[in-house]
Design a protein around this ligand. Sequence first.
Ligand SMILES: [Zn+2]
Length: 404
Amino acid sequence: MSRTVIRGGTLFDPQTMAMQANETLVIQDGRVVDTNSTTDADLIVDADGQYILPGFIDAHVHFRLATLNFQRLAQWTEVQFGIAMAKLSEETLARGFTSVRDLGGDVVGLKRAIRDGMVRGPDITQANLMISQTGGHGDVESGVLPVPDCGCQMRHSAFGVVADGPDAVRKAARHVLRAGADFLKIHVSGGVATPMDPLDCTQYTAQEIQAAVQEAKNRKTFVSAHAYTPEAIQLAVRNGVKCIEHGNLLDEETARVIAEHDAWMVPTLVTYQGMAEFGKKLGFPERNLKKNETVLASGVESLNIARAAGVKLGWGTDLVGESQVMQRQEFAIRAQVERAEEILHAMYVMNPIILRQPEQIGRLAPGFLGNAVLTSINPLDDIAGLAADDAINQVIQRGQPINT
Ligand SMILES: [Zn+2]
């Protein structure tokens, strides 16, 4: 038995948005237990003057996309991937993220390495390979490069699988679920990082989407869809997709459709800043940077539209490779238009539902995982402050401090 006691801090409960001063939190064998007895502690953490928050949760990451230099990425060996992904994983945890949801790319090896103690990292809920149509945003299968002059030569079988037609989508979905996917990820509109599919194109038909949705339902899970445009979002949601990723070009009618279908949306605004800042340096094609400007401009406004319609929002970043250092800046971007309570609800109440672990993460209540972030910042007063590089004093994973 191992017992960690965190005492003297102010404990934040995102369910009620309440702050409890001078709290004693006991974590036994990785989980919070219903006691404030400090006896038999193996470790006592003094949190005096600090806030104790549940571990951060990012509902949209990509550990496989371990560099923004896609030309290099496509040529890496598994050893290079392993080294780069291990680094990202350790850094993510050190930033306070004890749970993440990976939206595409094979991360099974990384999960095992974390489980076996070979490397530190967050708990990963994952989509495994992204499912995409030929010429779609996730069409990254190995093969002939369609645009030889382009930096975006992201051709690798560990990222996605191409499937056309309902039967092929069904088979791809079954393969991905067999490989251990916790949910499915499909692409229904164009994307920024791929040169060949315009942002406003719609990908997949109703029948193809329904095939994926049925397979997910059979496994008691759901489908997430990458989508920017109203047309693509509505097509996805009307055909059973549960979670919209990004949603930058959302309009009011589409927001109502999402809310009516009780679907969710995970905005990922910081990634567009990441691409703008790092993309040029790393040789991102001009075409991709132009697309990026379009979604960057509309991203923050999409939050207002979604909130007004009552859309349930999660919290994610979608940062790729080097730009993952910007992960906590999503707090500051969202603070431009959302209240602290709304942002904290997205991360701590909606994200656990989206990660399918509402009884495990997002709170420090008895039975929940002992994942915590210690900070001197009161997130209700200064949510944007969490974006600062020095905002985090300590990260606790299953009762064990992560020394950074
Ligand atoms: Zn993504």
